[in-house]
Design a protein around this ligand. Sequence first.
Ligand code: SAJ
Length: 415
Amino acid sequence: KKICVIGLGYIGLPTSVLLAFSGWKVTGVDINEKIVSYINKGKAHINEANINWLLQEVIVNERLIAKTTPREADVFIIAVPTPINNEFRCNLSYVVEATKSILPYLQKGNTIIIESTIPPGTTEDIVKPIIENESFEIGKDIFLAYCPERVLPGHIIEELIYNNRIVGGCTEKCGLKAKEVYNTFVKGDIFITDAKTAEMTKLVENTYRDVNIAFSNEITKVCNTLNINVYDVINFANMHPRVSILNPGPGVGGHCLAVDPYFIIEKAPNESQIISLSREINNSMPDYVVKQVDNLLKNNSNPKVAVFGITYKGNVNDLRESPAIKISNILRKKGYEVNAYDPLIKENEYNVVSLNTAIKDADILLILADHDEFKFLNYEKIAKYMNSPIIFDTKHIIDEETLSNEIQLINFGNL
Ligand code: SAJ
């Protein structure tokens, strides 16, 4: 059976590889010619565990080939980006272009599955008419479904296999046809619903998490006003059998939590109160961190800041919507010298420097991403290279007990 996957990014490429491994003849399509030729050499342009050797395997045995245009197939999966525009609305142009790009190859009996994260109603209101316009009847000639992914960056391959999946069909038969596709490689349970419910489910999963993080950020601000250590409060509150509060942080980054809630707000702006306020609270955290830095360094004439971690979260080399980059830019605009080190970002990219260069004569060290490497550094030694031994650990990865009182260790619990 042949399948054509449109969009070879974080989702499309691992999905293509797994489909190829489970017996499909896969044509992967991407408009970026560099990515296409890279993939055909068995090289992945995304940084995911295991992806490279898996990709080499399926390229060598010709189960997968990458192209810049689609080919005829039994099934088409659309996994292209759905970025947010400057009015905080979903830019659907890539999804529309991808759908139009497969029309010349569509045949009766084909299944089309959208995996990109899209506002509720998009499959029915935007994608379906494009296909019906070619006088195909959905549910009879062509089977159209929406199937969101929920894989955790850094663990994509294993989660694509073991996570449960929701499949949203435009008709009952569309759902069944899409489920057949995922049954060939998904070991988790597959639940069928309608397209709109599936679209909303995806957004609600991430929005739930964004709201929960906003709650922990808000109680952090409250606790700091009342001189209470928020980490103790969260730790004890989570001992309640039905409470699980997430951790405060320097902001919420990534192309998921920082974006998906806006797709709900776009469709129901008057009803999405907590959702939009949570976005505001999470977006306020970079300024909240900068305010603490201002307070800590107010007596320094030309203060130097060392930053550890510029990615949007630990152990993932993705910079999209990274709060660490927002914080570094705000500090630079305010006249601070900022030198950032990140083990997952090559030196000189995004003016990242070596660890030693970053800490040299720094007046403060800001930890803004929780890379595993940062948990095992010798901060006593690091402090000796700094101008003043102040560490602001916004990710709470350093245990206060392990440091001598030479170092002023700041975190959200003791501001
Ligand atoms: N963060 C906090 N405090 C926390 C947890 C996270 O501030 O307690 C921050 C992180 O530092 C990061 C951001 O939130 O900047 C998002 O990180 P994340 O670990 O919450 O998740 P993502 O964006 O890497 O992946 C999420 C996952 N969704 C859920 O956990 C509900 C993943 O399953 C989704 O597939 C992914 O979004 C996606 O692609 O939609």
